[in-house]
Design a protein. Structure first.
Length: 103
């Protein structure tokens, strides 16, 4: 399975937040329904929603922490090897220029 891109991860996080907001709105809209089954279902959904929120917050914090660690590692590498970094950047720029010019 391929790795998710940053844009895909952000879209997924946004979609999950929207689903949670919709579920909260549904729970609020059905709060005065007195059927026994509905009360139990609302309680289970509320519990699941709370766990999903906690998991989403934890996942978001983990992604931010990994991004910060990657940025720090990159910064240290560039400071330790400035000419190698310039060479790599020039090579990537050359490859991108060649790919763009082929179109």
């Amino acid at each position: 399975m391929s790795e998710l891109t940053t844009a895909q991860k952000e879209k997924l996080m946004s979609d999950l937040k929207m689903v949670m907001a919709d579920a909260e709105a549904l729970l609020a809209a059905t709060s005065d329904d007195a059927q026994a089954g509905m009360a139990e279902l609302r309680a289970r959904v509320a519990d699941t929603l709370l766990r999903a929120k906690d998991g989403l917050i934890d996942a978001q914090e983990a992604v931010v922490d990994r991004a910060r660690a990657a940025a720090k590692a990159t910064d240290h590498y560039v400071h330790d090897h400035p000419w190698k970094s310039v060479g790599i950047a020039a090579g990537v720029g050359l490859l991108l220029g060649m790919l763009i010019s082929r179109r």
